[in-house]
Write a protein that binds this ligand. Sequence first.
Ligand SMILES: [Cu+2]
Length: 258
Amino acid sequence: MPIRRPHLLLTLMLAALSGGLIQTQASADQMDNSAAMPAMEHHHHDMDAAAGTDTDASHDRHDAHQDAAMTHDAHNAHQSHMAMTKNTGKYTRKNGSYTLPKVKLLDMAGQAHTLSDIIDTDKPLIVNFIFTTCTTICPIMSATFSQAQDILGPELETLKMVSISIDPEQDTPEALLKYALKFQASPAWDFYTGKIDDINATLKAFDVYRGDKMNHIPVTLIRAKRDASWVRLEGLTSAKDLVMEYHQAIGGEHFSKK
Ligand SMILES: [Cu+2]
């Protein structure tokens, strides 16, 4: 597969190597699964399933596998997710303005950045909220971001895409790194995690906090520039729709140059 960010792969391999020096049995198992190149190949399949329209088969398998373990509430949330995944291409759009908390988030290398440093950029922003172990809407949203990169092409250099984890306990910087590689994230697309309180404060500020990751909603936020209000898309967009919404949001001054 084409690796858009060879430096990410290198970081991942270095992380695996340094982990190897002080490995426990559990981490050794993890490394075996994650660091080896052949393991990456399996992810293609996941992504293809997520990107395609017919994911019913994987849903059924997923339902069967989850039924035993899930609580009633979680199961209901899961079912509503399943309903949502069948609605790709139906979304709502509204404007939003959000007051962001003074928190720090961690990038894929484990470096801390203030949320305002991440968000306060002159580049247009596209932001979503995901967790790497999600088997429902997040792989679809991430495949959409991945495909949007292809549509945007050279225009990618003029914008920033940001995915913020809603599951900071599972989503270590290394987990995000693997996820970024799986979805062929370009240098324009960054992933962040952080301390639970900081992540929750961030999610609350963007009105995407739903108390439990199983209840999360598909939200994509687009901001044309620093002082502009946000365009809030709720629901699953196709990559084409996302790019169309992005171009609409950044408006004439960028768009008319094309
Ligand atoms: Cu999800």
